[in-house]
Write a protein that binds this ligand. Sequence first.
Ligand code: IPD
Ligand code: CA
Length: 266
Amino acid sequence: MNTEELVLLATSIAKEVGTEIYRLRTAGVQVSDTKSSLNDIVTEADKIAERMIVERITQARPDDAIYGEEGTRQSGTSGITWVIDPIDGTVNYLYDLAAYCVSIAACVEDETAFEDGRRAVAAAVYNPKTGELFYATEGAGAFLNDERIFVSKDTPLNQALVATGFGYTAERRLEQIKLLSGVIAEIRDIRRIGTAAYDLCLLAAGRIDAYFEKGIKPWDWAAGALIAREAGAVLLGKTATELPGETMFIAGNELLALNLQELLAV
Ligand code: IPD
Ligand code: CA
């Protein structure tokens, strides 16, 4: 498998589609649908972006599978599944806040890495508002616009800036607030930036120290997880025996990740 080829495809599609959603944003946003709650929106741009990504991947690699946030479930025969989020941070996109991105990951089957049984080997996350292109291939490090990036190394828990996120249903949010109440007094501060894929990239670049969230989906973490891991992050699940995933996703330098796992074990 040529991961170099996969990352070139991921970065070129992420940039092309990111540029298009940015252009569409200047023409205004239309909410076209809602999902799990009234706050869980889908814009026309989400749908257009997913269609573009699927078209580009299918054209370049017709034997690969594709799994997308807006409903794409395309099967394949090559063993590669592209896990894609056309706009992560859709609410930021609606409000024109500078934290939304296109997230694209080429994954292989792996029952030992994440809860969904896949692991990214090449990935790209592009934020068209800031022009930041994050990417990684397995074993070759993580990059931001061609500069190697690394997670913050020695930050202790009480000085850690920690990102998290909330889901869209009231019930999920109340659970998440309970978890947060066990963490907030122990750390420097919390950031709720509004896009899990970008949170993981900011962690990779050392601009936040750790990240945790309950309830994120494979398309939220697939690309960002590889980028964070290649920058030195340790990714953990709820307990030592559980994999990171929807149940719990914790990322940071090893000590911070373990500290958070302990605080979140309720
Ligand atoms: C959401 C964002 C958010 C996270 C939610 C996700 P969307 O994705 O990543 O930061 O807290 O769990 O659902 O809806 O913007 O694609
Ligand atoms: Ca998402």
